[in-house]
Design a protein around this ligand. Structure first.
Ligand SMILES: [Zn+2]
Length: 113
């Protein structure tokens, strides 16, 4: 499952942060999931619980931040919201647009102890 490997990389980030910052346990993880990242939040939740077992994030709460897809339209010179990666500009119909946000899965914030 695609979400499983995404969660495994999140756990690696958390383990790395724990080493760097010297904390013992992660209590809450705020995870930003872009709508263009093709990751299902429910699947992420399920995998997160599984892959964090016996890690610094064992039992951690997962807060998901849903981020809309954003792209830059050269022709209109504006940032527009898109639902899918190869969507055309809703204003002028031009495509492909340059995706500038909402295509990643990233750890935004951590509550640790
Ligand atoms: Zn446009």
């Amino acid at each position: 499952m695609h979400e499983m490997s995404l969660c495994e990389s999140v756990v690696e980030i958390l383990a790395e942060e724990a080493r760097r910052q010297g904390f013992q346990r992660v209590k809450t993880v705020w995870l930003e999931i872009g709508r263009l990242a093709s990751a299902d939040p429910e699947a992420i939740r399920f995998c997160f619980d599984a892959v964090t077992r016996a890690t610094v994030a064992d039992g951690a709460r997962l807060e998901i931040i849903d981020t809309p897809g954003q792209a830059w339209c050269e022709r209109c010179a504006v940032t527009v919201e898109i639902k899918q990666r190869f969507d055309a500009c809703p204003v002028c119909g031009d495509f492909p647009l340059r995706v500038i946000d909402g295509d990643a899965l990233r750890v935004k914030q951590l509550e640790v102890e």
